[in-house]
Design a protein around this ligand. Structure first.
Ligand SMILES: Cc1cc2nc3c(=O)[nH]c(=O)nc-3n(C[C@H](O)[C@H](O)[C@H](O)COP(=O)(O)O)c2cc1C
Length: 340
């Protein structure tokens, strides 16, 4: 079918210039959360062209049609005005850098990207949540934009958390709670914690997550403080009792030298005695810790699968932000890793 370039049918009566503020208008439009796409095409000289666009939307299932809008001022306009084919890439949460690269004008946006080849030699980006390869069906006038409607010739998708754009910022999408986790409303002491209290939720999540690991920790004759000391040494390699106590200060666990020496007696830690007393894991201690780490990772994978990948990304992002807010906690993740 021929591409139809439709003249707009203006059904409104002419109005004078709007009385509202441009910035406010943009802000109001920005309340509409969207995904983020990169649209690509091949220029007549064979070079790939692309830009970031959040104006993408679905139009019709039968025939399969999608649309997006391109600013008339865009450098890529001459290419898209002529292109018979273009591809829409729905970006995944981790592709923020791709979005930023394609939102800049004129740079070599495709540098370092291993392109795949689509219909009619369309340049396809890897790693996206979904891709739609389209043939231009209609082009409409739309004020300072041209609206492109394309027929979808082929598409693919992979399970991925989407990148979201809202109020001028990137965001993540989390599923809404379906209400199942709401606790029954009962009589409560005035001022008591409730199941919506952040501290309660964080604490409960922590203890629930660690319950199966803690069981194995205890079966191996370790208490929580000893386990924390050994975990810290898997990251720090070598540390004094004072340093270990400081790094674990937030846990409330007491890490005295006597306690660390008891781990030495059990063959799980070694201690250097020249000058400062520095503790490190023995091969036996390391083997036990790797076993516990494997257990924790398998447990994490199981929970994240139940939660869903997209919600797992959101949860970790928010927890990282929250722990960042906590301010003066010691930074356990300074270099000096085990692999060094
Ligand atoms: C999240 C986001 C969404 C955007 N959406 C659009 C859009 O829908 N249409 C458009 O023309 N420009 C959009 N832009 C701006 C273009 O990506 C930007 O102007 C780009 O430089 C155009 O590339 P070009 O000048 O090489 O054509 C968007 C930018 C961002 C960051």
């Amino acid at each position: 079918m021929e591409t139809t370039v439709s003249a707009p049918k203006d059904v409104s009566t002419p109005t004078s210039a709007p009385a509202f503020d441009r910035r406010e208008f943009r802000n109001a439009l920005g309340t509409f959360a969207t995904g983020v796409t990169v649209i690509t095409a091949r220029a007549a000289d064979g070079s790939p062209v692309g830009l970031t666009a959040n104006s993408f939307n679905s139009v019709s299932l039968d025939p399969p049609l999608v649309l997006w809008g391109l600013a008339k001022s865009a450098r890529s306009m001459p290419v898209f005005a002529e292109a018979e084919h273009w591809a829409v890439h729905v970006l995944a949460a981790e592709q923020e850098a791709v979005s930023n690269a394609f939102a800049k004008s004129g740079e070599d946006k495709f540098a370092g990207i291993e392109l795949e080849q689509g219909v009619a030699d369309l340049p396809l980006l890897p790693g996206c949540a979904a891709r739609f390869q389209c043939r231009t069906r209609y082009r409409y006038e739309g004020g300072d934009h041209i609206i492109f409607v394309g027929e979808v010739l082929d598409f693919d998708r992979r399970p991925a958390s989407p990148l979201v754009y809202h109020a001028g910022r990137y965001a993540l999408a989390a599923s809404k709670d379906d209400g199942r986790s709401k606790a029954a409303d009962g009589e409560r002491l005035a001022g008591s914690f409730d199941d919506d209290h952040l501290g309660y939720l964080l604490g409960r999540a922590h203890f629930q997550f660690y319950a199966p690991i803690r069981t194995v920790v205890h079966q191996n004759g370790l208490d929580d403080a000893e386990f924390f000391a050994m975990s810290t040494l898997s990251i720090r390699v070598q540390a004094s009792a004072e340093e270990l106590a400081k790094l674990n200060g937030l846990t409330g666990c007491l890490l005295s030298e006597a306690r660390l020496d008891s781990l030495v007696l059990r063959g799980l830690l070694a201690v250097t005695t020249n000058g400062e007393r520095l503790y490190s894991l023995t091969p036996k201690g390391l083997a036990l810790l790797l076993q516990l780490t494997a257990l924790a990772k398998a447990h994490e994978a199981d929970l994240l699968q139940q939660l869903g990948e997209a919600d797992g990304v959101v949860l970790k992002t928010l927890l990282r932000r929250l722990t960042g807010l906590a301010g003066d906690s010691p930074d356990l993740w300074q270099p000096k890793a085990l692999a060094e």
